[in-house]
Design a protein around this ligand. Structure first.
Ligand SMILES: Cc1cc2nc3c(=O)[nH]c(=O)nc-3n(C[C@H](O)[C@H](O)[C@H](O)COP(=O)(O)O)c2cc1C
Length: 435
């Protein structure tokens, strides 16, 4: 009898909730987004669940809405790599991933910070390279300074290549060698102050969705954090990105695709559906519904009744009403879709936002959710998931207690960490040491 083919293993990561309304901040169980105890709780839970990594997003300027700080949810958070260094001390195996912008940093300094995290964590560092480059964020960094949209990935690609030259600049027997990088974006030379770190190169994650972003990921990233979290969209994205790898001499397994997903568990599927609807109602308060609408429309809609019909007026595609947040690519098309939904089902503004923007990705009993996660990975809609809980910091507890054991029973998730580095958890090749 021939042995059945091994089932594709699932990779799991834990997203520490950002400062948006995915977290139900009004729930008394939700805690601080700043206290170390919150980060520690989520990271320890993820490690108890044998997750690949813990993930921090980044926002470099407080979001604004119609000229005012957006403060309906919580506001403000500490800097990612500092938090990850602290977490390195209270975890042993869990990967530690931080989002850091390639537009507003410099390669030498960031390469030092990432190599240091990799040393302090004994090989668990990861960098989510983002390129968010709008002038609004740029004002925090340099006078009138930001990058044209078209140049963001040119800089990011050279930034990453330069960081890798620095990480490679020490000899295998532990001596610094001079480096020199002379390119269109960066002209630097000297010696790198940090010896080669345990992973050689920290794991690189990419999160942009444009064609340039996908190409950058195919050429240079180890993981993609994507928003394509439905089965059909996931499969299409997966095939597209994996299809770009051969051009760079890379294998499909060299780049893991991990959508950000939400989940709601219940004892039964029906109970979970009820709970999910309640969570959506809490996430989309009447005020949040108007704000969500304004983000699409790019217009001041404060005079509209959240329990009334959608505006007749079309979105302003060039609006700067919302600052510090990526706007949907085609607001007019989204508005059309929302209007059609509202008319077909007779939904108010708030109900339309709840239906359109607030849907959780996986809802059901632990068995239902485990089966759905396996299906995604088995049918190449993803290699794993970045789980976004709706409670801070305890939102991952029930997933780890109730879903992880079922994934293990199904033989699709590890029962212990086999390696010590994040690169090992992800099954990534060792980087070639370029001398
Ligand atoms: C799932 C996902 C998560 C992201 N998280 C962040 C983030 O935390 N901070 C940030 O500045 N940009 C974030 N971005 C923005 C992108 O990384 C990227 O810089 C931006 O979308 C523009 O790139 P694009 O034109 O290729 O989409 C995220 C994007 C995606 C798809």
């Amino acid at each position: 009898m021939s042995t059945p083919p091994a089932r594709k293993r699932i990779h799991l990561a834990a997203h520490f909730p950002g400062v948006n309304s995915t977290t139900v901040w009004s729930d008394p169980r939700s805690g601080s987004q700043i206290d170390f105890s919150s980060f520690e709780h989520l990271a320890r839970t993820a490690e108890r669940g044998l997750f690949d990594f813990f993930f921090l997003a980044e926002g470099l300027r407080l979001r604004e809405h119609n000229g005012r700080i957006h403060d309906l949810d919580v506001v403000g958070r500490p800097e990612s790599i500092t938090v990850l260094n602290a977490l390195a001390a209270v975890t042993d195996r869990l990967g530690l991933a931080g989002t850091v912008n390639a537009t507003f940093n410099e390669p030498y300094e960031l390469a030092r910070r990432l190599a240091s995290l990799d040393h302090l964590s004994a090989g668990r560092a990861a960098w989510n390279v983002v390129t968010s480059s709008d002038a609004f964020t740029g004002e925090n960094f340099r006078r009138g300074g930001y990058l044209d949209r078209a140049d963001r990935y040119t800089r990011a690609a050279e930034f990453l290549a330069t960081a890798r030259e620095l990480w490679d600049s020490w000899t295998p027997d532990g001596r610094p060698r001079p480096f020199a990088h002379d390119g269109p974006q960066f002209g630097i030379e000297g010696e790198f102050t940090v010896p080669r770190s345990p992973q050689g190169h920290p794991v690189v994650i990419q999160a942009g969705d444009s064609a340039e972003g996908r190409e950058f990921a195919a050429s240079a990233a180890d993981v993609i954090f994507t928003r394509h979290s439905t089965l059909e969209a996931g499969r299409e994205f997966y095939a597209d990105v994996k299809g770009r790898l051969a051009r760079y001499g890379r294998e499909p397994g060299d780049l893991k695709i991990m959508p950000g997903v939400t989940y709601v568990l219940g004892d039964t599927d029906a109970e979970a559906q009820e709970e999910a609807a309640e969570i959506r109602r809490l996430q989309v308060s009447p005020q949040n519904a108007i704000l969500a609408l304004e983000q699409i429309w790019g217009r001041d809609l404060s005079g509209y009744d959240p329990d009334g019909p959608l505006p007749d007026v079309d979105p302003d595609p060039d609006s700067a009403l919302v600052q510090g947040r990526v706007r949907v690519a085609d607001p007019v098309a989204v508005a059309r879709k929302w209007r059609a939904l509202s008319e077909a089902k007779g939904l108010s503004i708030r109900q339309t936002v709840i239906e359109s923007a607030g849907r959780q990705s996986f809802v059901g009993s632990p068995a239902t959710v485990a089966a759905a996660l396996e299906e995604f990975v088995a049918t190449d809609a993803a290699d794993g998931f970045i789980l976004v809980p709706h409670l801070t910091p305890g939102g991952l507890d029930d997933f780890v207690d109730r879903v992880v054991p079922l994934l293990q029973e199904r033989g699709v998730f590890r029962t212990e960490y086999a390696g010590t580095t994040l690169r090992a958890h992800l099954g990534l090749p060792e980087p070639v040491w370029k001398g």
